[in-house]
Design a protein around this ligand. Sequence first.
Ligand SMILES: Cc1ncc(COP(=O)(O)O)c(C=O)c1O
Length: 327
Amino acid sequence: MIPPRFPLAVLPTPLVRAHQLEAVLGRGRVLLKRDDLAGFAVGGNKTRPLEYLLGRALADRCDVLVTGGGPGSNFCPAAAVAARAAGLDCELVVCGGDDWDDGYGSANLAIAAAAGACIRPIGDHAREALDAAIEERAADLAAAGRRPFPVPRGGSTPLGTVGFAVAADELTAQLEQSVLAGGAEPALVVLAVGSGSSCAGLLAAGPPWPVLGVSVSRPLQEITSKVHALAQACARLLGYPPPRPRRLEIVDARGPGFGVASQADRAAARLALHTEGLLLDDTYGAKAFAVLTRRAGGVRGPVVFWHTGGVVPAVAALRRRVLGGRM
Ligand SMILES: Cc1ncc(COP(=O)(O)O)c(C=O)c1O
């Protein structure tokens, strides 16, 4: 059964054909699933898990959402605005010191602050420390008589994963109903993988198409087992059959490091902007799109690039490069 949903996104997000990109790549159909246009603040793919997380928080009569992330997190502003819309307070545990205005992700935290979120830096730059700090803060709030709803960074719980299990059905329906895929099933659906929830949701739904996850922050073994565990737990929660791991491949695209795009990643992002008008960030979109451009030639049939958002850091990085004369 689908859990309670607090609607935020404008769904379905558009599915469009990338004609100019196809011409440059010299291949047949490339489709774009535009979750960057998910329609709530600039939440991108993170709007989807938040619908089910807030649905549960409201059903449980919670009064404060407690979550967190790095200073550049796209989940934090989306969570803060979503909590406000649902009538909940929001506390964000972020790594780094009080100087969270690092000139890069700061616009994201500014959105969160504008939504009224209380931002709590933990003074530790290790993102791995965040989930424990979120639980700790939630326990303190509960001890003070509040009703907190703690969510680990990225919203990566089996419940949050439901957002993308539903999204998988959304894409399948769009492909069936439109002529975009030319009657063929996608040969590959490509998306960026951070905390793993989006990719896991697709897997949980058991879609008829294979998924290529592009890991940007964790080594392969770690992220692969995380995605499978989340997919299984989500499928169980929904009463779906156990997901088939053969539908999923994950590649390690960390390259020069988390949040740092290689020359090839930047060239791919430029291609996306110049052909299809896509704004891709260095952390997620550029790396996933670079993998898509490398793989597209080797597969027969339509490929789908799932644009997961990250528009705020994408614009911040462009601004720095334009001002620095490094386009
Ligand atoms: C723009 C963007 N794309 C992709 C992802 C990865 O999604 P997930 O954490 O569900 O793997 C994130 C995560 O924050 C994101 O912000």
